[in-house]
Design a protein around this ligand. Structure first.
Ligand SMILES: [Zn+2]
Ligand SMILES: [Zn+2]
Length: 158
């Protein structure tokens, strides 16, 4: 898919579980990591999430139905500048928007895959670190760095 405004090609595509809500991303991420923070754990009911951050200008919705029919919002009271967006039909969170940084987060589990289950364009999407690892509940035995906060901006734990 090509961005009609800029002519750029989509690098990544994603959707909610039922496929009603869809989006594309036109540029490589500014951050791609496994996040072990307690907000991600509780909001996603998972031990950690693979989160990927993009500039909001590189993200575009591609579903045709009006947002009011499809999208639900939740503003995290602990971080009111962060708005989570989920599908009204299947209830799955698809993105989070940070109005301070003007960035969008998506979760890699929602990205388009091939028939083997591998995320398309994995080299673009793949994580570079484990972040907020101090609160991990699932130990990671891989080669990626483990950081107390953000990668390169906090203490390295492993
Ligand atoms: Zn859905
Ligand atoms: Zn997190």
């Amino acid at each position: 898919m090509t961005d009609p405004l800029t002519g750029r090609n989509a690098l990544l595509k994603g959707s909610c579980f039922c496929g009603s809500v869809t989006y594309v991303i036109f540029a490589p991420p500014v951050l791609s990591a496994y996040c072990h923070c307690t907000n991600c754990q509780r909001l996603n009911a998972c031990p950690c999430v693979h989160t990927i951050h993009f500039e909001e200008s590189d993200f575009e919705w591609t579903h045709n139905e009006p947002h009011s029919e499809l999208l639900d919002f939740y503003n995290n009271p602990l971080k009111p500048y962060k708005r989570r967006i989920r599908c009204k039909r299947c209830g799955v969170g698809v993105t989070s928007h940070n109005s301070n940084t003007r960035r969008v987060s998506v979760w890699a589990a929602g990205l388009e895959r091939d028939s083997e289950g591998t995320i398309l364009n994995w080299d673009v999407a793949k994580p570079t670190a484990h972040i907020f690892y101090g609160t991990h509940v699932l130990a990671a035995n891989d080669e990626l760095g483990k950081w107390e906060g953000y990668e390169g901006k906090s203490n390295r734990l492993g």
